[in-house]
Design a binder for this molecule. Structure first.
Ligand code: ADP
Ligand code: MG
Length: 312
């Protein structure tokens, strides 16, 4: 706020102070956000209040609101990184209150999740995945279809609907996780929090957190996140307990609460069912596997991704 009062000081030193002051006042009063505030609070605005608060109003219009102008948190141009101003009436003045901006809210949520769940670790290239820079080769109709469905999802979700997620399957390296990353980023830019969880690591982690009582907290975060992506399901070795009490419970909760869930897997649905049917001890439990599969089919549209291994 220091530089603001400085700019006012230099203003008052000039001869043409009056003209410049009036220009500034006009600029402030013409600002649509200021106008909206003054209209909304017209009953409380007293004589002289605007003049007394001009420095604050100027500070307000100079800063970005709702991240319209911020490509990322690091490039935030506001005085306090990640905070945007809101006008309030305090006594006989209009003042500013700073609140976390939507980008910072998402950023902090991701950080909280990542510190809670280690398997949230996402490689840098996936973190940067965007619909706009997913490469598509000539014959890759399945990728085009998958991206189209992913974009439809984001659009519908942003319109307040609860669309189905996707079950992306296909061989190693075709870009399944990459598409999930692009969806997560697209959602983040519309201020929707999501979590991309690498299932094999998550299962290992949960096993390890049995004793330290963080299990419930971890499970809760995954159950309740607005959009969940279970990456590489089927690549884990899952005990019956994990399948029924962990995976089953997560899916059950999300299905009932209408919370969208995505999956990626090297297996198609039939192969996943087979994988889930055999416990680590080799017992066959087809009914329990079928129950999980029912939930997955209910929650996600299966789509096969075909292409070359992009890791080569
Ligand atoms: P999968 O999850 O299917 O095994 P990934 O999504 O991890 O495959 O993709 C493998 C590698 O290829 C990653 O390094 C990713 O950044 C890159 N990649 C995937 N899809 C694309 C794409 N369409 N354009 C450019 N790079 C891609
Ligand atoms: Mg993957």
């Amino acid at each position: 706020m220091e530089h603001m009062s400085n700019s006012f000081k230099s203003l008052t030193n000039r001869k043409d102070f009056k003209t410049r002051y009036n220009d500034l006042k006009k600029q402030v009063l013409n600002h649509p956000d200021v106008q909206a505030f003054l209209t909304k609070h017209s009953a409380e605005i007293e004589e002289g209040m605007v003049d007394r608060s001009l420095v604050k109003l100027f500070e307000f219009i100079e800063q970005s609101k709702n991240c319209q102008d911020c490509p990322s948190l690091a490039e935030c141009k506001n005085l306090l990184e990640g905070y945007h101003p809101r006008l309030v009436i305090e006594g006989r003045m209009i003042n500013i209150q700073y609140e976390k901006c939507p980008t910072k809210v998402i950023h902090d949520e991701r950080k909280k999740h990542a510190s809670l769940i280690k398997s949230m670790y996402i490689p840098k290239d996936i973190l940067e995945a965007q619909f706009d820079n997913i490469e598509i080769e000539m014959d890759e109709t399945s990728r085009i279809k998958a991206i189209g469905l992913a974009q439809d999802f984001v659009e519908q979700y942003n319109n307040g609907k609860h669309p189905k997620g996707l079950y992306l399957y296909g061989s190693f390296g075709v870009g399944k996780t990459y598409i999930l990353g692009a969806i997560a980023n697209e959602l983040a830019s519309s201020k929707v929090s999501s979590m991309l969880v690498y299932v094999p690591e998550f299962m290992r982690e949960l096993k390890g957190s049995f004793q330290d009582s963080s299990l419930d907290e971890k499970l809760d975060a995954v159950k309740k996140v607005p959009v969940l992506m279970l990456d590489d399901i089927g690549a884990e070795s899952m005990s019956s307990w994990m399948r029924d009490e962990i995976l089953g419970a997560i899916l059950q909760y999300r299905m009932l609460e209408n919370l969208p869930t995505f999956f990626s897997s090297n297996f198609n649905l039939k192969e996943l069912q087979h994988h889930l049917s055999y416990s680590q001890r080799g017992e066959e439990e087809p009914v329990k596997a079928a129950r999980i599969m029912e939930r997955i089919k209910h929650m996600a549209i299966p789509i096969e991704l075909i292409g070359r291994n992009r890791r080569d």
